[in-house]
Design a protein around this ligand. Structure first.
Ligand SMILES: *Cc1c(COP(=O)(O)O)cnc(C)c1O
Length: 473
């Protein structure tokens, strides 16, 4: 037989050069597969809400990339260097230096996690009756803006609402929409633009450098500040490096500093990009805002040099920031997501495109097209995936969108998605293969799927604690 006709595995393909993770495993945590029967019982007990499952009953946990990252040996060593002084811990100064160096803002206020920073910024800057424009909402961000008396206004480009649209920067702000809002309500009613890097709810979609530059020009004309949700800004900068003309050879760390320089400050959930299990911060250039934030943090989080965290956590964060901005790290982090995305696309399974930075988003509206949106198709798909293989994802559709505070009705988002989010440095390619095959199995059984009815509905952020039951056949 001529050599050409011998079937080759992917790894044997001639000329192929694979990349691999820029780390090796030093410590392992056992996980195990349960039976289908067991999982059917577990998900029923959890009210068909994957947030209410016990993590021990999960095989591969893609619920979130928040706080689920694996720390490096350097970060673990850093924990031993915790300076647990109440005031002026050296770890605070290390963190301050890391944020200044990589994000470029002058002042730092640590918080226990991202929402602590959102709370402080919202309370200081937003007055009742204000409008806060942003590139698509995020659950906790919008809630804090609303609790401060503001109204969130979505000014993301229209392409972001179409899961099949291949725009490379679907996180971009629609400057016309923003300008219309400014003209309608007046600049004095807009305390800041709430700009997010890689927009989670749009499928992890980035903002381009050209867009933030133009946004800066527009807001400067009206004297409106820009505050950045920098939670996944490193991933955003990787996409700029990959997709935006002029950035191909630039290190991600450099792109990050440039992007942040167009903004006035940021809030951060360090549980994402920054490779730790807990932590966050608020950073800004404005001295007056800093003074107010530093005063407020002592009321809600802790003294301004620890913000509700242990010194060791600040140290792990400082080291994590530096590791997170390395090109080899971020390429393999996003590369793993792209690997799963490409496999699902090859099999014709509808997902949000282009594939985002931290997660694959299954298009539940398409996959379960026979289930109406008020029967929670994405919630049902999330539960079915867990039953199939013990893979845990989360709903990002009508349940997450909550109710309109004015009318009390469900908000009906265009995107009805299941999110499979990847913890950083935790799972291998073999785990990802198992996930892909399970998604395919559920997809093939889609005609049998049934919708759900909501039994218990909590008042705030209902997706965390709501309980469901299957509708009768
Ligand atoms: C997670 C997250 C937050 C909130 O941060 P927590 O650390 O969970 O409080 C804010 N914005 C975005 C984009 C997030 O992903």
């Amino acid at each position: 037989m001529p050599p050409d006709s011998i079937p080759m595995t992917a790894g044997q393909q001639r000329g192929r050069r694979s990349w691999a993770e820029p780390w090796k495993i030093k410590m392992v945590e056992p996980i195990h597969m349960t039976t289908r029967e067991f999982r059917q019982k577990a998900i029923a007990e959890a009210g068909y809400n994957t947030f209410l499952l016990r993590s021990e009953d999960v095989y591969i946990d893609l619920l979130t990339d928040s706080g689920t990252n694996a720390m490096s040996d350097r970060q673990w060593a850093g924990l031993m260097l915790g300076d647990e002084a109440y005031a002026g811990s050296r770890n605070f100064y290390h963190l301050e230096e890391a944020v200044r160096q990589h994000y470029g803002y002058r002042h730092l206020v640590p918080t226990h996690q991202g929402r602590g920073a959102e709370h402080i910024l919202s309370q200081i800057r937003i007055k009742p009756g204000d409008y806060v424009p942003g590139n698509m909402y995020f659950t906790t961000t919008r809630l804090h803006q609303e609790l401060a008396g503001g109204t969130f206004v979505d000014v993301i480009i229209a392409e972001a609402h179409d899961p099949a649209n291949l725009h490379p920067f679907k996180g971009n702000v629609d400057l016309d929409k923003l300008q219309d809002l400014i003209e309608k309500v007046g600049a004095e009613k807009i305390p800041y633009v709430s700009l997010a890097g890689t927009v989670n709810m749009a499928g992890g979609q980035p903002v381009s450098m050209a867009n933030v530059r133009a946004l800066r020009e527009l807001t400067d004309r009206y004297g409106i500040p820009i505050y950045l949700d920098a939670t996944r800004m490193v991933e955003n900068c990787y996409f700029i490096q990959q997709r935006e003309p002029g950035y191909a050879g630039k290190p991600v760390a450099e792109i990050l500093r440039e992007f942040c320089a167009y903004t006035d400050g940021c809030w951060m959930s360090a549980k994402k990009d920054a490779l730790v299990n807990i932590g966050g911060w608020l950073a800004m250039n404005d001295q007056e805002l800093f003074d107010e934030a530093r005063n407020m943090v002592v009321v809600y989080e802790g003294l301004h040099t620890y913000g509700g965290l242990a010194g060791r956590d600040l140290e792990a964060m400082a080291i994590g920031i530096e590791e997170s901005t390395r090109d080899d790290h971020i390429r393999s982090r996003v590369g793993q997501v792209e690997y799963l995305g490409q496999m699902l696309l090859d099999w014709g399974i509808p997902i949000v495109q282009p594939v985002g930075g931290h997660a694959i988003f299954l298009d539940a509206r398409k996959i379960y097209e026979h289930i109406p949106q008020d029967q929670f198709p994405a919630q049902a798909l999330t539960a079915d995936l867990y039953v199939d293989s013990g893979v845990r994802g989360m709903e990002r559709g009508i349940v997450s969108a909550g109710r309109d505070p004015a009318t009390g009705d469900h908000r009906y988002p265009k995107l009805e998605l299941v999110r499979l989010a990847f913890p950083r440095r935790v799972y291998t390619q073999a785990h990802i293969d198992v996930v892909a095959e399970s998604v395919q199995a559920v997809y093939e059984n889609r005609a049998q799927a049934r919708g759900l009815r909501m039994g218990y509905e909590p008042k705030h952020l209902r997706f965390f604690q709501a309980r469901f039951e299957p509708l009768p056949e």
